[in-house]
Design a binder for this molecule. Structure first.
Ligand SMILES: Nc1nc2c(ncn2[C@@H]2O[C@H](COP(=O)(O)OP(=O)(O)OP(=O)(O)O)[C@@H](O)[C@H]2O)c(=O)[nH]1
Ligand SMILES: [Mg+2]
Length: 461
């Protein structure tokens, strides 16, 4: 199959819901002759063919070649340009079995529909001017949001706050550029001294744009974490109680717990949601001078995971206190939340300052631990929509790369201004910076990026 997104002459169809068994499945169709072609497999055919936009028609989906009914369906009709894609579209609500879906898709293909590429409906919406790239990406982010924080942010982006921030910035840069270019026609194309004053004219406006780009780029860490979830690693010496904590959070005896040190070798992970954030919680092998090759590999992986983690929960057996290894580890991860485990035992002394008392076996201290995690995540990832009033958050690597490139171009423009270079050198950098912002929103595109952007979307989206 070598169809391209740019091949828009044919109608497309795809399952828009999760494949498998469900009450209903939605099959989405869009493109030239969609309503007419769907009507050919629908009875009563004229009811569908003549249905106004934004209406639903009840009937049967048929295989016209075999003159056979396939399913009882509802068809939602959208007429161009008033649809998601901007094209004529039909959504078929059929029963959610794989047998029904497979037959409907085969019949649609026989009628001339091509199986949609991932994200092809969104691509068509973009190319038909229904959305910019940032909002198209937000739709996909909303469809894949796996926690409340991700949902809130994606919705904020879908409502256009981020698109507006990019657009305002680009407009300001283009205004600046227009002024510079107008002045290039004058005999003296040097920058006037007063314009280099931080508070005045050109320099100040350039500086303000640069600061706004920098703030947006800085929001990426929080945005990505809220969208994709945080890696939270439980680390500590063997037997500290890491797997017990993992099971306690999970409310299930998932990890093997035993009094034998070195029980966990392969690390285990589970997704949990805490206060709206998705956490990828990982139980790791206990840190010590390993006894054999397998344990050594486990320890190596624990250290690698710690290095990648957004948050480390470092646990010790309170009865044993702090060892040399614990202190060495904590020097490397001073931000770790420090857990003093087994406080249910009489021989366990009080936790020292800065340590949180816990019983991974009995559950004491868990609410305090959750509060500490919440506080730490909030510090890294910030709050909900209200906190985005000034600077909306992005969570998309493509946008971040282009923002970084834009920032580098503005840095170069500032350096040019500071060195009193001719205006055309400055104009070149500002043009480049504005172009990067245009690529973010899709005002400037090249064909080859479509596969990369939309290819990562869900099928049927
Ligand atoms: N009394 C008490 N025992 C605990 C507690 N947490 C863990 N244990 C016991 O300590 C032993 C080790 O627990 P694990 O959870 O397997 O420890 P681990 O840190 O995963 O150990 P490794 O996988 O070997 O690194 C087991 O016998 C647990 O029952 C606790 O809070 N209180
Ligand atoms: Mg373990």
């Amino acid at each position: 199959m070598s169809r391209s997104y740019l091949d828009r002459g044919r109608p497309i169809a795809a399952l828009a819901t999760v494949p498998g068994r469900s009450a209903l499945a939605v099959i989405r169709c869009s493109g030239p002759r969609t309503i007419e072609l769907c009507a050919q497999c629908f009875s009563p055919a004229t009811a569908l063919a003549s249905a106004p936009g934004y209406s639903m028609v009840h009937g049967w989906f048929n295989d016209p070649r075999k003159d056979e009914r396939i399913d009882e369906v509802l068809a939602a009709v959208f007429r161009a340009p008033h649809s998601f894609t901007g094209e004529d579209s039909v959504e078929l609500y059929c029963h959610g079995s794989s047998a029904v879906v497979a037959r409907v898709l085969v019949v649609l293909e026989e009628r001339g529909f091509s199986p949609a590429l991932p994200g092809e409906f969104s691509f068509r919406a973009f190319i038909n001017g229904k959305t910019d790239l940032v909002k198209a990406e937000a739709v996909n982010e909303l469809a894949s949001a796996n926690c409340e924080a991700a949902r809130q942010d994606a919705l904020e982006r879908l409502s256009g706050t981020l698109s507006k921030a990019y657009k305002d910035l680009r407009d300001d840069l283009l205004d600046l550029l227009a002024e510079l270019e107008a002045r290039l026609d004058y005999p003296s194309d040097e920058i006037e001294d007063e314009e280099l004053e931080p508070e005045s004219g050109l320099f100040a406006r350039l500086q303000s744009c640069r600061d706004r780009v920098r703030r947006l780029a800085e929001g990426y860490i929080a945005g990505k974490l809220r969208q994709e979830g945080a890696l939270v690693v439980v680390a500590g010496r063997p037997n500290a109680g890491k797997s017990s904590l993992f099971n306690l959070v999970l409310r299930e005896e998932r990890a093997i717990v035993s009094s034998e040190p070195g029980t966990t070798r392969d690390w285990l992970e589970v997704w949990v949601e805490l206060s709206g954030y998705a956490l990828r919680l990982v139980d790791t092998a206990g840190l010590r001078q390993a006894l054999g090759e397998i344990e050594a590999e486990g320890v190596k992986r624990s250290l690698e995971l710690s290095a990648r983690a957004e948050l480390v929960l470092y646990m010790v057996d309170g009865r044993k206190g702090l060892s040399e290894e614990d202190l060495t580890y904590l020097e490397r991860y001073p931000e770790a939340i420090k857990l003093w485990n087994k406080i249910d035992l009489d021989e366990c002394p009080e936790p020292p300052p800065g340590w949180l008392g816990l019983s991974a076996k009995k559950g004491a201290g868990l609410p305090e631990l959750e509060a500490a995690i919440r506080e730490r995540l909030f510090a890294i990832a910030g709050g909900g929509a209200a906190s985005q009033k000034e600077t909306p958050r992005l969570a998309n690597a493509r946008q971040k790369t282009l923002l970084d490139q834009c920032l580098a171009a503005l840095d170069s423009a500032q350096a040019a201004a500071a060195r009193g270079l001719p205006l055309d050198a400055l104009a070149l950098d500002i043009r480049e910076a504005a172009d990067y912002l245009g690529q973010i929103s899709g005002e400037i595109t090249s064909d080859e990026i479509f596969d990369r952007i939309f290819g990562a979307f869900c099928l049927g989206k």
